[in-house]
Design a protein around this ligand. Structure first.
Ligand SMILES: *[C@@H]1O[C@H](CO)[C@@H](O)[C@H](O)[C@H]1NC(C)=O
Ligand SMILES: *[C@@H]1O[C@H](CO)[C@@H](O)[C@H](O)[C@H]1NC(C)=O
Ligand SMILES: *[C@@H]1O[C@H](CO)[C@@H](O)[C@H](O)[C@H]1NC(C)=O
Ligand SMILES: *[C@@H]1O[C@H](CO)[C@@H](O)[C@H](O)[C@H]1NC(C)=O
Ligand SMILES: *[C@@H]1O[C@H](CO)[C@@H](O)[C@H](O)[C@H]1NC(C)=O
Ligand SMILES: *[C@@H]1O[C@H](CO)[C@@H](O)[C@H](O)[C@H]1NC(C)=O
Ligand SMILES: *[C@@H]1O[C@H](CO)[C@@H](O)[C@H](O)[C@H]1NC(C)=O
Length: 238
């Protein structure tokens, strides 16, 4: 621990900055994490060799780390660790690094986590954790049904996906993105239209992609299936 601190101090010659760092121990840089729900995550502290009799405190809150969720102290050589009801059975502490492992993380566990190690000095570290469900698979359908434009040269398509936190929906032609949409109103599905030309015996591949920070899903357009005006219609007579 001491050597790590020495390295740190030698990099920061500016004594004002150093003073500030000592005064606002909680003002450390926040570590940002994006995780898939249902998985096990570990909040790594980048430390080792925490004093064996140190008090280790983890706090959590959706916006601010206000509530103690784990408190580990040593009394007369015996370690006593208290864990809040909310996280009962799901937390594990590594006392040498301060790292916290959270099992089966849910979207409700998104928020700010704060570590405080209280020994001869106080060390703190803040984590911002965002937990997402894997994104849904988009569905492509033909929009011709309205009967407004009935062209044999164009095909009107609509790609749809269930909306969610930070979900984006895009159309690609090959590797080129043609359009993208998102919406902060999560109660309505995301919709993205696409109009393609059929006369140039279109050999391009079109895909619709839904994505959030932890996952993506792709649906390929089958032009034959969705844009062939002659199949499935009964206008074959003259
Ligand atoms: C994980 O948590 C969810 C609720 O968030 C619960 O329904 C599920 O049973 C849990 N799974 C395990 C393996 O504990
Ligand atoms: C998340 O929290 C809400 C309200 O507190 C609760 O109704 C819901 O069941 C929780 N979901 C999970 C997966 O824990
Ligand atoms: C079809 O109708 C719906 C609702 O009436 C409208 O939102 C949509 O834009 C129309 N699509 C086309 C291709 O005109
Ligand atoms: C779409 O996402 C961008 C960030 O990538 C954001 O700035 C914008 O406000 C979002 N738009 C909507 C409608 O949610
Ligand atoms: C593409 O369509 C044009 C006419 O629009 C035709 O001359 C050409 O042979 C077609 N190419 C293929 C590969 O089908
Ligand atoms: C989708 O996710 C895979 C990994 O699962 C990644 O390799 C790929 O680049 C992602 N695609 C997009 C368009 O984000
Ligand atoms: C596209 O759809 C047609 C008709 O439904 C089907 O015969 C064909 O196999 C599909 N092509 C692909 C690549 O899925």
């Amino acid at each position: 621990m001491a050597s790590e601190d020495d390295k740190y101090y030698s990099r920061n010659q500016d004594s004002l900055l150093l003073l500030c760092c000592l005064l606002c121990a909680a003002g450390d840089e926040t570590v940002k994490l994006q995780e898939v729900e249902g998985t096990t995550i570990t909040l790594h502290t980048g430390r080792t060799g925490i004093q064996s009799d140190a008090q280790i405190l983890w706090s959590y809150g959706p916006e601010k780390a206000q509530k103690k969720i784990l408190n580990s102290q040593v009394f007369k050589g015996e370690t006593v660790t208290e864990i809040s009801e909310r996280f009962k059975e799901r937390l594990q502490l590594d006392r040498t690094s301060g790292a916290l492992t959270i099992r089966n993380i849910s979207r409700n566990d998104s928020g700010v986590y704060l570590l405080q190690v209280i020994a001869d000095d106080i060390i703190s570290r803040t984590f911002s954790v965002s937990v997402y469900a894997p994104v849904s698979t988009p569905v492509i359908r033909n929009e011709r049904g309205n009967g407004s434009v009935s062209s044999t040269e164009q095909c009107f398509l609509l790609c749809t996906v269930e909306n969610g936190e930070d979900v984006k929906l895009s159309w690609y032609r090959g590797n080129e993105r043609l359009s993208i949409t998102n919406n902060t109103d999560l109660s309505v599905p995301l919709n993205l239209p696409l109009q393609i030309q059929l006369h140039d015996n279109n050999t391009n591949t079109y895909i619709c992609v839904s994505a959030n920070p932890v996952s993506n899903k792709t649906t390929s357009l089958n032009i034959t299936q969705l844009c062939d005006h002659n199949s499935g219609t009964s206008e074959s007579h003259f």
